[in-house]
Write a protein that binds this ligand. Sequence first.
Ligand SMILES: [Zn+2]
Length: 433
Amino acid sequence: MKRTVKLFIAAATLTILSCVSVYARSVRIGLEKNFYQSPSVEIADKGFELRVGDSKNYTMNLGSSVVKPLSKSYYDTGKKYASYNRAYDGMQQYIGNNCIPVLKDDGWHVYLAENCKADTSKMTHINTGGNCVVFSINGVNKYLVDGSGSAKVYGSDGIIDIAKGRYRGQIAFYRDEIGITPINILDVEEYLYGVVNSEMPSSWNIEALKAQAVAARTYTCASFGKEGVYDLCDTVHCQAYGGVDNETPESIAAVDATNGMEIYYDGMLINAVYFSSSGGVTQSSADAWGGSVDYLVSVPDNFETECMVWDRVLTKEELVKIPASKGYNIGVLKKLEATYTPNGYVKDLIFIGDKGDMAISNDSVRGAFSVLGQSLYSNNFKVHENEDGTYTLSGRGYGHGVGMSQYGAKGMAESGYGYVDILKHYYSGVTIE
Ligand SMILES: [Zn+2]
Protein backbone atom coordinates (compact mmCIF):
# COMPACT_ATOMS: atom_id res chain seq x y z
CA MET A 1 0.00 0.00 0.00
CA LYS A 2 1.33 3.40 -0.94
CA ARG A 3 0.12 6.63 0.51
CA THR A 4 1.26 10.15 -0.19
CA VAL A 5 2.17 12.80 2.32
CA LYS A 6 -0.73 14.92 1.17
CA LEU A 7 -3.24 12.18 1.87
CA PHE A 8 -1.76 11.45 5.24
CA ILE A 9 -2.11 15.07 6.31
CA ALA A 10 -5.66 15.19 4.97
CA ALA A 11 -6.59 12.08 6.96
CA ALA A 12 -4.88 13.35 10.10
CA THR A 13 -6.74 16.65 10.05
CA LEU A 14 -10.17 15.10 9.53
CA THR A 15 -12.46 14.98 12.50
CA ILE A 16 -12.23 11.26 12.92
CA LEU A 17 -15.57 9.68 13.69
CA SER A 18 -16.39 6.15 14.59
CA CYS A 19 -18.04 4.00 11.96
CA VAL A 20 -21.16 3.63 14.04
CA SER A 21 -21.93 7.36 14.08
CA VAL A 22 -23.41 9.36 11.21
CA TYR A 23 -22.51 6.96 8.45
CA ALA A 24 -24.08 3.80 9.88
CA ARG A 25 -21.79 1.10 8.53
CA SER A 26 -21.79 1.59 4.81
CA VAL A 27 -18.92 2.86 2.72
CA ARG A 28 -18.76 4.30 -0.83
CA ILE A 29 -15.92 2.92 -2.97
CA GLY A 30 -15.04 4.54 -6.31
CA LEU A 31 -14.26 1.70 -8.74
CA GLU A 32 -11.41 3.57 -10.44
CA LYS A 33 -9.16 0.61 -11.21
CA ASN A 34 -11.26 -0.84 -14.04
CA PHE A 35 -13.80 1.88 -14.74
CA TYR A 36 -12.47 5.40 -14.08
CA GLN A 37 -14.50 7.82 -16.24
CA SER A 38 -15.62 5.02 -18.58
CA PRO A 39 -17.61 5.90 -21.71
CA SER A 40 -19.97 3.04 -20.75
CA VAL A 41 -20.39 0.36 -18.10
CA GLU A 42 -21.82 -3.09 -18.81
CA ILE A 43 -24.13 -4.75 -16.31
CA ALA A 44 -23.65 -8.46 -16.96
CA ASP A 45 -26.24 -9.47 -14.36
CA LYS A 46 -29.32 -11.16 -15.80
CA GLY A 47 -31.60 -9.60 -13.20
CA PHE A 48 -31.24 -6.45 -11.13
CA GLU A 49 -33.25 -3.78 -9.40
CA LEU A 50 -32.98 -0.12 -10.30
CA ARG A 51 -33.54 2.92 -8.10
CA VAL A 52 -32.88 6.64 -8.25
CA GLY A 53 -32.73 9.26 -5.49
CA ASP A 54 -34.86 8.29 -2.52
CA SER A 55 -37.41 6.81 -4.88
CA LYS A 56 -39.05 3.53 -3.93
CA ASN A 57 -39.74 2.99 -7.62
CA TYR A 58 -37.79 0.13 -9.00
CA THR A 59 -38.11 -2.70 -11.36
CA MET A 60 -36.58 -6.17 -11.53
CA ASN A 61 -35.19 -8.52 -14.14
CA LEU A 62 -34.24 -5.76 -16.51
CA GLY A 63 -31.63 -7.99 -18.18
CA SER A 64 -27.98 -7.37 -19.13
CA SER A 65 -27.56 -3.73 -20.09
CA VAL A 66 -25.02 -1.14 -21.08
CA VAL A 67 -25.16 2.14 -19.16
CA LYS A 68 -23.99 5.37 -20.83
CA PRO A 69 -24.14 9.07 -19.96
CA LEU A 70 -26.76 11.01 -21.93
CA SER A 71 -27.05 14.73 -22.62
CA LYS A 72 -29.94 15.59 -24.93
CA SER A 73 -33.22 17.54 -25.12
CA TYR A 74 -36.65 15.95 -24.62
CA TYR A 75 -40.25 16.78 -23.70
CA ASP A 76 -41.65 15.21 -20.54
CA THR A 77 -45.26 14.18 -21.26
CA GLY A 78 -46.04 14.91 -17.57
CA LYS A 79 -47.81 11.57 -17.01
CA LYS A 80 -46.58 9.34 -14.17
CA TYR A 81 -46.56 5.54 -14.12
CA ALA A 82 -46.10 3.05 -11.30
CA SER A 83 -43.72 0.73 -13.14
CA TYR A 84 -41.58 0.37 -16.23
CA ASN A 85 -44.21 -1.88 -17.81
CA ARG A 86 -46.97 0.71 -17.23
CA ALA A 87 -44.77 3.45 -18.71
CA TYR A 88 -44.04 1.21 -21.69
CA ASP A 89 -47.79 0.64 -22.21
CA GLY A 90 -48.50 4.37 -21.74
CA MET A 91 -45.92 5.15 -24.39
CA GLN A 92 -48.06 3.44 -27.03
CA GLN A 93 -50.37 6.48 -27.30
CA TYR A 94 -47.39 8.42 -28.66
CA ILE A 95 -46.65 5.79 -31.26
CA GLY A 96 -44.97 7.24 -34.33
CA ASN A 97 -42.92 9.56 -32.15
CA ASN A 98 -39.49 8.88 -30.82
CA CYS A 99 -40.20 8.17 -27.12
CA ILE A 100 -38.66 6.39 -24.14
CA PRO A 101 -39.61 5.47 -20.52
CA VAL A 102 -37.71 7.45 -17.88
CA LEU A 103 -37.25 6.72 -14.17
CA LYS A 104 -37.34 9.97 -12.16
CA ASP A 105 -37.43 10.64 -8.41
CA ASP A 106 -41.23 10.42 -8.31
CA GLY A 107 -41.68 7.40 -10.57
CA TRP A 108 -41.73 6.44 -14.24
CA HIS A 109 -42.40 9.06 -16.93
CA VAL A 110 -42.29 9.12 -20.74
CA TYR A 111 -40.02 11.51 -22.66
CA LEU A 112 -40.62 12.45 -26.31
CA ALA A 113 -37.76 13.38 -28.62
CA GLU A 114 -37.46 17.09 -29.36
CA ASN A 115 -38.38 16.66 -33.03
CA CYS A 116 -41.58 14.65 -32.31
CA LYS A 117 -44.88 15.27 -34.15
CA ALA A 118 -47.05 15.30 -30.98
CA ASP A 119 -48.48 18.52 -29.49
CA THR A 120 -45.83 19.50 -26.95
CA SER A 121 -47.33 22.87 -25.98
CA LYS A 122 -48.36 21.60 -22.50
CA MET A 123 -45.25 19.48 -21.95
CA THR A 124 -42.10 20.41 -20.02
CA HIS A 125 -38.94 20.87 -22.03
CA ILE A 126 -36.07 18.89 -20.45
CA ASN A 127 -32.35 19.23 -21.04
CA THR A 128 -30.87 16.03 -19.66
CA GLY A 129 -27.31 15.99 -18.34
CA GLY A 130 -26.14 15.83 -14.74
CA ASN A 131 -27.02 12.34 -13.54
CA CYS A 132 -28.91 11.22 -16.64
CA VAL A 133 -27.85 7.84 -18.00
CA VAL A 134 -29.36 5.59 -20.66
CA PHE A 135 -29.72 1.82 -20.26
CA SER A 136 -29.54 -0.07 -23.53
CA ILE A 137 -29.93 -3.75 -24.36
CA ASN A 138 -28.39 -5.18 -27.55
CA GLY A 139 -27.71 -1.66 -28.81
CA VAL A 140 -31.32 -0.49 -28.35
CA ASN A 141 -31.96 2.32 -25.83
CA LYS A 142 -34.60 0.92 -23.44
CA TYR A 143 -34.99 3.61 -20.77
CA LEU A 144 -33.38 6.61 -19.13
CA VAL A 145 -32.73 7.38 -15.49
CA ASP A 146 -32.94 11.15 -14.89
CA GLY A 147 -33.14 11.72 -11.13
CA SER A 148 -31.71 14.16 -8.62
CA GLY A 149 -29.20 11.44 -7.60
CA SER A 150 -27.27 8.77 -9.46
CA ALA A 151 -28.97 5.65 -10.85
CA LYS A 152 -28.36 2.72 -8.49
CA VAL A 153 -28.61 -0.98 -9.23
CA TYR A 154 -28.81 -3.99 -6.90
CA GLY A 155 -28.24 -7.62 -7.85
CA SER A 156 -31.30 -9.76 -7.18
CA ASP A 157 -29.10 -12.24 -5.22
CA GLY A 158 -27.25 -9.50 -3.28
CA ILE A 159 -24.29 -9.47 -5.69
CA ILE A 160 -24.15 -7.33 -8.83
CA ASP A 161 -22.03 -8.31 -11.84
CA ILE A 162 -20.71 -5.37 -13.85
CA ALA A 163 -18.67 -7.42 -16.32
CA LYS A 164 -15.19 -6.49 -15.03
CA GLY A 165 -16.04 -7.47 -11.45
CA ARG A 166 -18.74 -8.68 -9.08
CA TYR A 167 -19.67 -6.59 -6.06
CA ARG A 168 -21.82 -6.89 -2.94
CA GLY A 169 -24.33 -4.15 -2.07
CA GLN A 170 -25.26 -1.68 -4.79
CA ILE A 171 -23.62 0.17 -7.66
CA ALA A 172 -24.31 3.87 -8.29
CA PHE A 173 -23.36 5.32 -11.67
CA TYR A 174 -21.57 8.58 -10.91
CA ARG A 175 -21.26 10.84 -13.95
CA ASP A 176 -18.86 13.67 -14.60
CA GLU A 177 -17.92 15.67 -17.71
CA ILE A 178 -15.91 12.78 -19.13
CA GLY A 179 -17.70 9.54 -18.29
CA ILE A 180 -19.05 7.20 -15.64
CA THR A 181 -17.20 6.00 -12.53
CA PRO A 182 -19.29 3.31 -10.77
CA ILE A 183 -19.46 3.63 -6.98
CA ASN A 184 -19.90 0.47 -4.91
CA ILE A 185 -21.97 1.27 -1.80
CA LEU A 186 -21.84 -1.54 0.73
CA ASP A 187 -21.49 -2.63 4.33
CA VAL A 188 -18.02 -1.92 5.77
CA GLU A 189 -17.54 -5.57 6.85
CA GLU A 190 -18.45 -6.89 3.39
CA TYR A 191 -16.11 -4.32 1.84
CA LEU A 192 -13.27 -5.64 4.04
CA TYR A 193 -13.85 -9.20 2.70
CA GLY A 194 -12.58 -7.86 -0.64
CA VAL A 195 -9.75 -5.77 0.90
CA VAL A 196 -7.83 -8.17 3.17
CA ASN A 197 -6.82 -10.57 0.39
CA SER A 198 -5.94 -7.62 -1.90
CA GLU A 199 -3.56 -6.22 0.72
CA MET A 200 -2.13 -9.46 2.20
CA PRO A 201 -1.90 -13.03 0.76
CA SER A 202 -4.56 -15.34 2.23
CA SER A 203 -1.92 -18.05 2.70
CA TRP A 204 -0.40 -16.01 5.56
CA ASN A 205 -1.08 -16.83 9.23
CA ILE A 206 -4.65 -15.98 10.30
CA GLU A 207 -3.44 -13.67 13.12
CA ALA A 208 -1.60 -11.52 10.55
CA LEU A 209 -4.75 -11.48 8.40
CA LYS A 210 -6.81 -10.41 11.43
CA ALA A 211 -4.33 -7.58 12.17
CA GLN A 212 -4.67 -6.53 8.51
CA ALA A 213 -8.48 -6.63 8.78
CA VAL A 214 -8.52 -4.40 11.88
CA ALA A 215 -5.99 -1.94 10.40
CA ALA A 216 -7.98 -1.79 7.13
CA ARG A 217 -11.28 -1.32 9.02
CA THR A 218 -9.78 1.50 11.08
CA TYR A 219 -8.29 3.16 8.01
CA THR A 220 -11.66 2.88 6.23
CA CYS A 221 -13.67 4.37 9.06
CA ALA A 222 -11.21 7.26 9.44
CA SER A 223 -11.47 7.99 5.70
CA PHE A 224 -15.16 8.77 5.22
CA GLY A 225 -15.57 11.52 2.64
CA LYS A 226 -11.87 11.48 1.73
CA GLU A 227 -12.30 11.43 -2.05
CA GLY A 228 -15.37 13.68 -2.28
CA VAL A 229 -18.17 11.84 -4.09
CA TYR A 230 -16.89 8.59 -2.64
CA ASP A 231 -15.03 7.67 0.54
CA LEU A 232 -12.14 5.66 -0.93
CA CYS A 233 -11.03 4.47 -4.34
CA ASP A 234 -10.28 0.78 -5.00
CA THR A 235 -6.58 1.16 -5.84
CA VAL A 236 -3.43 1.21 -3.69
CA HIS A 237 -3.82 5.01 -3.64
CA CYS A 238 -6.40 4.46 -0.86
CA GLN A 239 -6.78 0.73 -0.18
CA ALA A 240 -6.73 -2.12 -2.71
CA TYR A 241 -10.20 -3.68 -3.10
CA GLY A 242 -11.25 -6.34 -5.58
CA GLY A 243 -14.92 -7.02 -4.74
CA VAL A 244 -16.35 -10.53 -4.49
CA ASP A 245 -13.80 -11.94 -6.97
CA ASN A 246 -11.01 -11.13 -4.53
CA GLU A 247 -12.61 -12.66 -1.45
CA THR A 248 -11.23 -15.88 0.01
CA PRO A 249 -12.48 -18.08 2.90
CA GLU A 250 -9.46 -16.79 4.90
CA SER A 251 -10.16 -13.08 4.22
CA ILE A 252 -13.79 -13.57 5.24
CA ALA A 253 -12.74 -15.48 8.40
CA ALA A 254 -10.27 -12.73 9.39
CA VAL A 255 -12.93 -10.02 8.99
CA ASP A 256 -15.65 -12.02 10.79
CA ALA A 257 -13.34 -12.95 13.70
CA THR A 258 -12.61 -9.24 14.32
CA ASN A 259 -16.10 -7.92 13.51
CA GLY A 260 -16.31 -4.21 14.34
CA MET A 261 -12.87 -4.08 16.06
CA GLU A 262 -11.01 -0.81 15.49
CA ILE A 263 -7.82 0.82 16.77
CA TYR A 264 -8.10 3.83 19.07
CA TYR A 265 -5.65 6.24 20.66
CA ASP A 266 -6.92 8.57 23.36
CA GLY A 267 -10.52 7.72 22.42
CA MET A 268 -10.06 8.56 18.72
CA LEU A 269 -9.76 6.27 15.72
CA ILE A 270 -6.15 6.22 14.61
CA ASN A 271 -4.75 6.82 11.14
CA ALA A 272 -3.87 3.13 10.66
CA VAL A 273 -1.21 3.39 7.96
CA TYR A 274 0.67 0.24 6.97
CA PHE A 275 3.24 -0.88 4.42
CA SER A 276 4.96 -4.01 3.11
CA SER A 277 8.34 -4.35 4.88
CA SER A 278 10.76 -2.13 6.81
CA GLY A 279 14.07 -4.00 6.73
CA GLY A 280 14.41 -4.12 10.52
CA VAL A 281 12.99 -0.93 12.01
CA THR A 282 9.94 1.24 11.27
CA GLN A 283 10.14 5.03 11.08
CA SER A 284 8.10 7.68 12.83
CA SER A 285 5.53 9.76 11.00
CA ALA A 286 7.53 12.81 12.14
CA ASP A 287 10.61 11.55 10.24
CA ALA A 288 8.68 10.37 7.17
CA TRP A 289 6.09 13.09 6.73
CA GLY A 290 6.94 15.83 9.20
CA GLY A 291 3.91 15.53 11.49
CA SER A 292 4.48 14.08 14.94
CA VAL A 293 1.81 11.49 15.86
CA ASP A 294 2.01 9.83 19.30
CA TYR A 295 1.14 6.31 18.10
CA LEU A 296 3.26 6.42 14.88
CA VAL A 297 6.77 6.22 16.32
CA SER A 298 9.75 4.12 15.25
CA VAL A 299 9.73 0.54 16.65
CA PRO A 300 12.03 -2.46 16.06
CA ASP A 301 10.75 -4.79 13.33
CA ASN A 302 12.67 -7.91 14.32
CA PHE A 303 10.18 -10.52 13.19
CA GLU A 304 10.40 -9.86 9.46
CA THR A 305 11.53 -13.24 8.11
CA GLU A 306 11.82 -11.86 4.60
CA CYS A 307 12.09 -8.30 3.39
CA MET A 308 12.99 -6.73 0.11
CA VAL A 309 16.76 -6.08 -0.24
CA TRP A 310 17.49 -3.92 -3.24
CA ASP A 311 20.25 -2.13 -5.14
CA ARG A 312 19.90 0.58 -7.74
CA VAL A 313 22.87 1.75 -9.83
CA LEU A 314 22.58 5.21 -11.42
CA THR A 315 24.87 7.45 -13.44
CA LYS A 316 25.44 11.11 -12.61
CA GLU A 317 23.65 12.03 -15.85
CA GLU A 318 20.58 10.12 -14.68
CA LEU A 319 20.72 11.49 -11.14
CA VAL A 320 20.85 15.12 -12.28
CA LYS A 321 17.43 14.66 -13.88
CA ILE A 322 15.90 14.53 -10.39
CA PRO A 323 16.69 18.15 -9.37
CA ALA A 324 15.87 19.17 -12.98
CA SER A 325 12.41 17.59 -12.65
CA LYS A 326 11.82 19.82 -9.61
CA GLY A 327 12.89 22.93 -11.55
CA TYR A 328 16.49 23.13 -10.24
CA ASN A 329 19.43 23.44 -12.63
CA ILE A 330 22.46 22.38 -10.56
CA GLY A 331 24.72 22.00 -13.61
CA VAL A 332 26.96 18.90 -13.64
CA LEU A 333 26.52 16.56 -10.66
CA LYS A 334 29.69 16.53 -8.55
CA LYS A 335 28.52 14.41 -5.62
CA LEU A 336 25.49 12.66 -4.13
CA GLU A 337 25.33 12.66 -0.32
CA ALA A 338 22.83 11.55 2.32
CA THR A 339 22.08 12.42 5.94
CA TYR A 340 20.22 9.94 8.11
CA THR A 341 17.58 9.84 10.84
CA PRO A 342 18.55 8.13 14.14
CA ASN A 343 16.86 4.96 12.78
CA GLY A 344 18.95 4.87 9.62
CA TYR A 345 16.41 6.13 7.08
CA VAL A 346 17.53 8.80 4.61
CA LYS A 347 16.69 12.25 5.98
CA ASP A 348 18.15 14.42 3.21
CA LEU A 349 19.44 13.26 -0.16
CA ILE A 350 21.72 16.06 -1.37
CA PHE A 351 22.58 16.64 -5.03
CA ILE A 352 25.77 18.74 -5.23
CA GLY A 353 26.36 20.35 -8.65
CA ASP A 354 28.86 22.79 -10.14
CA LYS A 355 26.12 25.44 -10.31
CA GLY A 356 24.30 24.73 -7.04
CA ASP A 357 22.96 22.16 -4.59
CA MET A 358 19.52 20.72 -4.03
CA ALA A 359 18.10 18.36 -1.38
CA ILE A 360 15.07 16.09 -1.23
CA SER A 361 13.94 15.01 2.20
CA ASN A 362 12.36 12.08 4.02
CA ASP A 363 9.53 10.14 2.35
CA SER A 364 9.57 12.42 -0.73
CA VAL A 365 12.87 10.78 -1.71
CA ARG A 366 11.13 7.57 -2.89
CA GLY A 367 8.74 9.24 -5.30
CA ALA A 368 11.36 11.67 -6.67
CA PHE A 369 13.02 8.72 -8.46
CA SER A 370 9.89 8.03 -10.52
CA VAL A 371 11.28 10.51 -13.08
CA LEU A 372 13.96 7.85 -13.78
CA GLY A 373 11.31 5.24 -14.55
CA GLN A 374 10.57 3.83 -11.11
CA SER A 375 10.25 5.11 -7.53
CA LEU A 376 12.64 3.74 -4.92
CA TYR A 377 11.22 0.85 -2.87
CA SER A 378 11.98 2.65 0.40
CA ASN A 379 14.04 5.50 1.83
CA ASN A 380 15.88 3.02 4.05
CA PHE A 381 19.11 2.92 1.99
CA LYS A 382 22.81 3.80 1.93
CA VAL A 383 24.64 5.71 -0.83
CA HIS A 384 27.93 4.36 -2.27
CA GLU A 385 30.02 6.10 -4.90
CA ASN A 386 31.56 3.56 -7.32
CA GLU A 387 35.00 3.80 -8.96
CA ASP A 388 33.46 4.36 -12.40
CA GLY A 389 31.63 7.46 -11.12
CA THR A 390 28.22 5.80 -10.83
CA TYR A 391 26.30 5.57 -7.55
CA THR A 392 24.76 2.49 -5.95
CA LEU A 393 21.82 2.93 -3.60
CA SER A 394 21.61 -0.18 -1.37
CA GLY A 395 18.31 -0.46 0.43
CA ARG A 396 16.04 -2.60 2.51
CA GLY A 397 12.27 -2.71 2.82
CA TYR A 398 9.31 -1.73 0.65
CA GLY A 399 6.95 1.12 1.40
CA HIS A 400 6.88 4.25 3.58
CA GLY A 401 7.93 2.45 6.79
CA VAL A 402 5.33 4.07 9.08
CA GLY A 403 2.86 2.05 11.20
CA MET A 404 2.31 -1.68 10.68
CA SER A 405 4.83 -3.69 8.67
CA GLN A 406 2.94 -6.46 6.86
CA TYR A 407 5.93 -8.81 6.67
CA GLY A 408 6.62 -8.00 10.32
CA ALA A 409 3.02 -8.91 11.19
CA LYS A 410 3.47 -12.19 9.32
CA GLY A 411 6.65 -12.96 11.30
CA MET A 412 5.03 -12.09 14.64
CA ALA A 413 1.99 -14.28 13.85
CA GLU A 414 4.26 -17.20 12.94
CA SER A 415 6.06 -16.71 16.27
CA GLY A 416 2.78 -17.13 18.15
CA TYR A 417 1.63 -13.55 18.70
CA GLY A 418 -2.06 -12.71 18.31
CA TYR A 419 -3.47 -9.86 16.22
CA VAL A 420 -3.91 -7.56 19.24
CA ASP A 421 -0.19 -8.01 20.17
CA ILE A 422 0.78 -7.27 16.57
CA LEU A 423 -1.28 -4.08 16.34
CA LYS A 424 -0.10 -2.84 19.75
CA HIS A 425 3.51 -3.41 18.68
CA TYR A 426 3.30 -1.29 15.53
CA TYR A 427 0.87 1.37 16.82
CA SER A 428 2.23 2.58 20.15
CA GLY A 429 -0.10 3.06 23.11
CA VAL A 430 -3.32 2.12 21.32
CA THR A 431 -6.35 0.13 22.39
CA ILE A 432 -8.28 -2.31 20.23
CA GLU A 433 -12.03 -2.22 20.85
ZN1 LIG B 1 -7.81 6.86 -3.59
